[in-house]
Design a protein. Structure first.
Length: 103
């Protein structure tokens, strides 16, 4: 799936990345962005209903201009793409983190 990653430093750089895998606590994304572990970013997957603060856990060069980045979500996301979740949920959550109800 495609995600948007916004750096929260002075650059406010916004990048599009592709996930290799996702879990309730994080994701591994592929990008052309050489980043530093430990930095915080805002990650969102609008089509999946996910928006959360994340910490870059690692950044590994996999090709000359491609990097695998491990993202650790600050708040657990139980399901990526829960059809019951709505944009109204984001307005009720001031932190901007998508939290899904359990089935």
């Amino acid at each position: 799936m495609t995600v948007e990653v916004l750096r929260l430093d002075e650059s406010r750089l916004n990048k599009i990345a592709v996930t290799e895998n996702v879990s309730p606590r994080g994701a591994r994304i592929m990008t052309d962005w050489n980043c530093s572990s430990g930095k915080h970013v805002l990650v969102s997957a609008p089509q999946e209903g996910v928006k959360s603060l994340a910490r870059m856990f690692y950044c590994q060069r996999v090709e000359s201009a491609r990097f695998a980045v491990g993202l650790q979500l600050v708040v657990r996301v139980e399901e990526w793409g829960n059809p019951r979740a709505s944009t109204e949920d984001l307005s009720r959550n001031p932190a901007g983190n998508k939290q899904f109800p359990r089935s």
